[in-house]
Design a protein. Structure first.
Ligand SMILES: NC(=O)c1ccc[n+]([C@@H]2O[C@H](COP(=O)([O-])OP(=O)(O)OC[C@H]3O[C@@H](n4cnc5c(N)ncnc54)[C@H](OP(=O)(O)O)[C@@H]3O)[C@@H](O)[C@H]2O)c1
Length: 279
């Protein structure tokens, strides 16, 4: 369905859920004037607060259970947030951008996943996110992205910066390939999608390029000037509870899909943001 926006956001009341998270922070910059809601403002496992009813024109829904390993032990609570929460957001009756993940795929492909590829999540987190996509309703852009990093919150880049400053060597998985995506670039692409009045449905929006976690760690140390070696290990050696796709690079096959910069450019932008916060 074509969604035409006569007034591209000018007077629209935009709400960001999960505003305390890394993508939430980036969206608040890409959509100036948007109202950020943290978990304290609205725990999305509960129905929408009365003051939001009829008072929202667009929801950017990032609130989620993002603890991939924790979801294996606690799938019901993860589903309460990722499925029930998304359903509550949809109940607001406003168009929404619902963010989803490359972990809806099983990782058996060896070329980028496009929107028409059948999902087959292997983890509890991936299953809850896939069901969350369905719960977003028909007036929704389902934006799948991957391996997010930003200047706030817990993420791989910030973890590696901390470890790289303390240690001579870190062990990092080298048998999972994905597209590390800077939240600033994803937020700008989401804005482009909405402003263009793109059709609702699934959109793959991830950084250009691909690498393994070990290669990403090496890039982080190189860009940050940290003298830390990366010891390449396997997923099996790391032994985390949740299975992760061995390959989950995302590309869009849809006409007019926003194109994101390369992940390496995103890494540089992210490191600059982190450095600016420290100075
Ligand atoms: N991180 C990735 O690599 C990645 C990759 C692909 C897709 N995604 C998706 O992108 C979106 C944003 O992820 P992110 O990386 O920005 O995650 P994040 O930094 O973990 O932020 C998620 C936010 O959701 C909040 N939240 C959790 N449970 C909530 C609840 N019941 N009610 C309201 N808020 C709640 C969290 O609040 P607390 O801090 O209080 O817990 C946190 O501020 C998510 O939908 C995620 O599934 C993430």
């Amino acid at each position: 369905m074509e969604h035409v926006i006569a007034d591209p956001l000018g007077t629209r009341r935009v709400v960001v859920t999960g505003a305390g998270g890394q993508l939430g922070a980036a969206l608040l910059e890409a959509f100036p004037g948007a109202r950020g809601l943290t978990r304290a403002d609205w725990d999305v496992t509960a129905p929408p607060p009365a003051d939001l009813a009829g008072a929202v024109d667009l929801v950017l829904h990032t609130a989620a259970w993002t603890d991939v390993d924790g979801a294996e032990a606690d799938p019901q609570d993860a589903a309460a947030v990722n499925v029930g929460g998304t359903q509550h957001v949809a109940e607001l009756g406003a168009p929404l951008v619902a963010f989803s993940t490359d972990y809806v795929f099983d990782g058996r492909k060896r070329e980028p996943y496009v929107e028409s590829d059948p999902p087959n999540p292997q983890s509890a987190y991936g299953r809850t996110k896939l069901h969350g996509e369905a719960a977003a309703g028909e007036e929704a852009w389902i934006v799948r992205s991957s391996w997010l990093f930003g200047w706030t919150s817990r993420n791989f880049v910030r973890t590696m910066l901390a470890l790289g400053a303390e240690r001579d060597e870190v062990a990092v998985v080298d048998d999972q390939r994905g597209s590390p995506t800077f939240v600033g670039h994803l937020a700008a692409a989401a804005r482009e999608l909405v402003d263009a009045g793109a059709p609702y449905g699934v959109w793959h929006l991830a950084a250009d390029g691909e690498c393994t976690w070990a290669e990403l760690a090496e890039a982080i140390f190189e860009e940050a000037g940290l003298d830390c070696r990366v010891r390449r290990i396997t997923t099996e050696e790391l032994g985390r509870p949740a299975p992760r796709p061995a390959y989950s690079v995302l590309r869009s096959e849809r006409p007019g899909a926003p194109v994101l910069p390369h992940g390496r450019a995103g890494l540089r932008d992210c490191l600059n943001r982190i450095a600016a916060r420290r100075s």
